[in-house]
Design a protein around this ligand. Structure first.
Ligand SMILES: Cc1cc2nc3c(=O)[nH]c(=O)nc-3n(C[C@H](O)[C@H](O)[C@H](O)COP(=O)(O)OP(=O)(O)OC[C@H]3O[C@@H](n4cnc5c(N)ncnc54)[C@H](O)[C@@H]3O)c2cc1C
Length: 211
């Protein structure tokens, strides 16, 4: 059975190093679920903006939240085209030559139009999803937003329908004539790890494992 894939569009057709790209839904979802910071890129009055923010994925929807006055989210909910990116950095790739240095990564780009979530039940669900995306299960262990807090919160929904992923893995790819050079070459793996919690000890002992 073929993997479900997103329909490729002119925007999501990989051109450079296209063998590293995929449109598989599962790959896109996996990267979105592992990351927890996204960047929202859009153009407002001719000027580009890229905002870092948190998010959650529920099925084929990304939820973003902020204050009701949030400029980026208000611009998106007014119908601006958005490109949302999520990047996971897996390693620094040191080659013999500066030219072949690289980064091992997994990343996603989602294109679409956002809309404001107005249904109070969906807003409440999305707010919990964002908290749970950062620390799984946390919404069951904190005070949930009041109706007033939800009214002061703008939540927007971006459909995940036009999306691509791309990944690099493995060691440096040096030119054959450089392989005997004395410079160190290899990969420095990178991971996001949490230090012991500050404040009250004994909580969230294995944040990375739970994610
Ligand atoms: C941490 C990190 C470091 C990188 N460093 C470099 C670098 O130094 N130099 C460099 O040239 N490239 C780098 N890349 C790869 C870069 O993201 C682009 O894939 C690459 O530059 C090709 O760009 P392009 O403008 O030719 O895109 P094209 O191949 O023309 O892109 C067309 C479409 O392919 C898809 N696509 C392209 N790139 C990605 C991606 N990364 N993730 C998901 N979908 C994608 C999108 O749908 C995009 O609209 C890096 C990526 C990451 C995540």
């Amino acid at each position: 059975v073929p993997e479900p894939t997103f329909t490729r569009t002119h925007r999501t057709t990989h051109r450079r190093k296209k063998e590293r790209g995929t449109h598989e839904v599962a790959s896109v979802h996996e990267i979105l679920d592992e990351g927890f910071v996204c960047h929202l890129g859009f153009v407002h009055e001719g000027s580009p903006y890229v905002f870092p923010t948190s998010y959650a994925r529920e099925g084929d929807v990304l939820y973003l939240h902020g204050a009701a006055a949030n400029f980026a989210l208000r611009t998106l909910s007014a119908g601006a085209d958005v490109c949302v990116t999520v990047t996971l950095t897996d390693g620094l790739v040191l080659a013999k030559s500066a030219f072949h240095h690289s980064v091992n990564y997994r990343s996603v780009m989602v294109f679409g139009r956002a809309e404001a979530v107005t249904d109070p039940a969906e807003k409440a669900r999305a707010a919990s999803a964002i908290v749970d995306h950062i620390v799984p299960g946390r919404s069951l262990d904190c005070l949930l937003p009041t109706d007033e807090e939800l009214r002061a919160t703008l939540i927007v929904r971006v459909p995940i329908t036009e999306a691509s992923a791309k990944a690099r893995a493995g060691g440096p790819i040096d030119d054959a004539e450089d392989l005997e050079l004395p410079h160190w070459a290899g990969v420095l793996p990178l991971h996001t790890v949490a230090d012991p919690p500050e404040g009250a000890p004994g909580y969230v002992q294995s944040w990375r494992a739970t994610r």
